[in-house]
Design a protein around this ligand. Structure first.
Ligand code: ZN
Length: 277
């Protein structure tokens, strides 16, 4: 503790949460108060579909500087859209150009749950990568491997690589050191959440040590994946500090520094002045 600047605020930013989730309906204002009281300077609330993204941006407008918003068609909403995906994509473009958003996403590849076929998922993801590049917005990528397709990181990375110049975040990162290198090679930031606090994922915990400080982000994915010691409870943005503490321990760094770097990285990457349209 000797060299720690205890007066310095945490300055961490939660780069991925779902404040629009029904589990926050009853006490969202209190959740935000607890977040600010915990020293978290802001959060990015993620839109998973058109309706959800509309609610997300309203939350951002109601909490300027504290809540930021993204809009995207995640693999679940893209699957639900079915034949109407093209119309949803047009709606996403309209939303994003109307303004108020800091990023496009989440979107990506989901092989854990039974969703659209692999080729449909690839097409739906590619279309959103292209839109992010066109609109010059950072892209928030979801890549979940599983029995229905294999290595989602390899597939998502190949598609990102096919769109040079796109920047963004691999969210809820659960990969190993090789997958970390892959995302760093395309210039992406790597966002860690409560999963790094769970015992047993040694490959991920080893990978955490290999992420350069300027490409590291900390997120909650609230209300999901609450870090130890909140595991099993509803996660909320205030819990981001618990994950940062474990990340710092794994890396042999000070929690204050990890939080400050993650906060600065998030604010540097995300559109600081949400597009006015
Ligand atoms: Zn999410």
């Amino acid at each position: 503790m000797l060299f720690q600047d205890l007066d310095k605020p945490a300055a961490v930013f939660d780069s991925h949460c779902h404040l629009t989730h029904a589990r926050f309906a009853a006490d969202r204002a209190a959740v935000l108060t607890r977040m600010v009281d915990a020293g978290v300077i802001g959060c990015l609330t993620i839109g998973t579909g058109l309706a959800d993204s509309t609610v997300a941006v309203a939350l951002a407008r109601a909490n300027p500087g504290v809540v930021w918003a993204s809009a995207g068609l995640d693999p679940f909403s893209a699957h639900e859209a079915g034949d109407a995906f093209a119309a949803h994509l047009a709606g996403l473009r309209t939303l994003l150009t109307d303004g108020g958003f800091s990023a496009l996403g989440e979107c990506g590849i989901e092989y854990h749950h039974a969703l659209a076929s692999d080729s449909v998922q690839r097409d739906q993801f590619s279309a959103q990568i292209a839109l992010a590049r066109e609109l010059d917005l950072p892209l928030i990528v979801h890549a979940r491997s599983g029995p229905r397709g294999g290595d989602a990181h390899a597939v998502a990375l190949a598609l990102v690589r096919a769109h040079p110049g796109v920047r963004g975040i691999i969210h809820s990162f659960d990969g190993d050191a090789a997958q970390t290198r892959g995302w760093l090679d395309v210039g992406f930031h790597i966002a860690l959440n409560g999963m790094v606090t769970f015992k047993g994922n040694d490959a991920l915990r080893a990978a955490v040590r290999t992420i350069p400080a300027d490409h590291l982000l900390i997120e909650t994915d609230a209300p999901y994946l609450a870090p130890v010691p909140y595991r099993g409870k509803r996660c909320e943005p205030a819990h981001v500090a618990a994950t940062a503490a474990v990340v710092a321990e794994l890396r042999g760094e000070r929690a204050e520094d990890v939080m400050a770097w993650a906060g600065r990285n998030a604010q540097g990457l995300l559109r600081t002045t949400p597009n006015a349209g």
